[in-house]
Design a protein around this ligand. Structure first.
Ligand code: SAH
Ligand code: SF4
Length: 445
């Protein structure tokens, strides 16, 4: 069980990035220009710095260290930040309020990146899934689920997951590294690119409150009217509270009225129950909380959500009761995956009600039919059992809707986010990449 945010893969790539890798053999080292190392920024081969994921202050610091005076650096950072996060512009030439002479200065030193798209899939029910790749060739996924009146983007926080919940496909992945701030916010930005949802101008009426004035907490809001992407859930690959700093910084960019301007009321972070980080989530970002409870007895939760051996059910529920900002208007969601003959009895349902009442939790329960995957050790409960379970919880005064699985035909449903890359052979991936390159070349001609 990890209790640190640093993973070997990350440490390895960090040392490689810092140029500490030994030179093989007796070859004289070639004088290759080393990219400038900037804290929190992955260096690029071409020596330019990717601004994606940086807050306004860091951008200003970069501009100043590259030679602008403090006042100019602050102004340019404000302009670039707005274009980057609010308007989705990646080309400095399109930043029309920046002097024409200044734009080449920016383009020589900086880029605005996006995670690379390896594959995009569309389900027959409208769900869309993207297989994405980091600059150091790790694959992860994001999923968009359109629904009546809302569209939810399911965002990943890690490549793989160090926790091994037994019903979750992601938990079987060996490779794990934390996603960076840019890779996390980059998912939301890619989704806006794909859905064509950047405001066309500063006056775009579909955006409201970008000054932050209509939001009780001083953050921006983004009207759902006429929009596809209205909500974000941190429910993709990984445990967001094991990568809290990066998740927090990415969500701050998402919530900033001059950034992506999506209200925290539309953002939900899901955790398997990393108790020590839960309060920080409420205090530092104040997003909605979802907790993957899945069982009501120690034996069963120890088996299916092994982090329970470290942070038990009662302590978890107490942490939920203490979660800052939880209220009847902002209830905590408890996720409960329905596993046949494992956690789905009437007695389990009654115990769930008792526990949620005991801690006086403003709660709703999401009953998730188990999404099977090859080799999974469980089966989904029968529809009758799920209905009976839901009814008992509902009779106990707690709403317990049954979630309809989405995107099953493209393996996009909960727990199926194990990368296609693992299922595909290396040769297949290379072929796909070659095809993509060829298509891009053809388009460029
Ligand atoms: N690590 C975090 C967030 C990602 S998992 C967490 O565990 O909360 C997002 C949700 O999908 C969790 O509730 C998880 O329990 C659920 N899930 C995982 N595998 C599933 C499966 N095979 N069927 C149904 N839900 C699953
Ligand atoms: Fe990790 Fe969440 Fe899957 Fe558990 S359910 S293995 S915490 S992603």
């Amino acid at each position: 069980m990890p209790d640190t945010n640093t993973f070997p893969a990350e440490a390895e790539s960090a040392s490689a990035a810092a140029g500490l890798m030994a030179m093989p053999g007796n070859i004289d080292p070639m004088p290759v220009p080393r990219p400038t190392l900037v804290e929190g920024v992955t260096p690029r081969e071409d020596g330019r710095t990717d601004l994606l994921g940086l807050p306004k202050k860091r951008i200003a610091e970069l501009f100043e260290s590259a030679g602008l005076d403090a006042k100019a650096a602050k102004l340019r950072a404000k302009q670039v930040y707005h274009w980057l996060y609010h308007r989705g512009v990646t080309d400095f030439d399109a930043m029309t309020d920046i002097a024409k002479t200044m734009r080449p200065w920016l383009a020589e030193r900086y880029v605005v990146g996006r995670p690379e798209i390896v594959e995009a899939q569309h389900s027959s029910d409208g769900t869309r899934k993207w297989l994405l790749r980091t600059a150091d060739a790790h694959d992860f996924e994001m999923v968009f689920i359109p629904d009546a009146g809302r569209g939810t983007l399911c965002v990943s926080s890690q490549v793989g997951c160090t926790l091994n919940c037994r019903f979750c496909h992601t938990g079987t992945m060996r490779l794990v590294r934390n996603l960076t701030v840019g890779e996390i916010v980059g998912q939301v930005m890619l989704a806006r690119d794909a859905l064509g949802e950047w405001p066309k101008s500063a006056q775009d009426t579909r955006f409201a409150g970008t000054s932050g004035l209509d939001d009780d907490d001083g953050e921006g809001d983004y009207t759902s009217e006429g929009r596809l992407l209205t909500n974000i859930v941190m429910m993709g690959m990984g445990e967001p509270l094991y990568n809290f700093d990066n998740v927090r910084d990415a969500l701050k960019l998402v919530m900033d009225g001059d950034g992506l301007a999506l209200s925290k009321r539309r953002i939900t972070l899901s955790t398997s129950g990393v108790i020590p980080q839960m309060a920080r989530c409420g205090e530092e970002i104040g997003v909605n909380l979802a907790v993957s409870l899945h069982a009501v007895t120690k034996d069963v939760r120890d088996e299916i959500v092994p982090i329970n051996k470290k942070y038990g059910i009662e302590d978890l529920l107490q942490a939920c009761a203490d979660y800052p900002r939880a209220s009847n208007a902002r209830r905590i969601t408890f996720e409960y995956v329905m596993l046949r003959d494992k956690n789905d009895s009437d007695a389990d349902a009654r115990e769930l009600v008792r526990l949620l009442r005991k801690y006086d939790l403003p709660a709703k329960v999401n009953l998730i039919p188990f999404n099977p995957w090859p080799g999974a050790p469980y089966e989904c409960s029968t529809p009758e059992r799920i209905r009976a379970f839901s009814e008992i919880v509902f009779q106990g005064g707690i709403s317990a809707p049954v979630r309809t699985p989405r995107g099953r035909d493209i393996d996009a449903a909960c727990g199926q986010l194990k990368t296609a890359a693992e299922k595909k052979s290396r040769a297949e991936i290379d072929r796909l990449l070659a095809e993509k390159d060829a298509a891009m070349l053809a388009a460029a001609e």
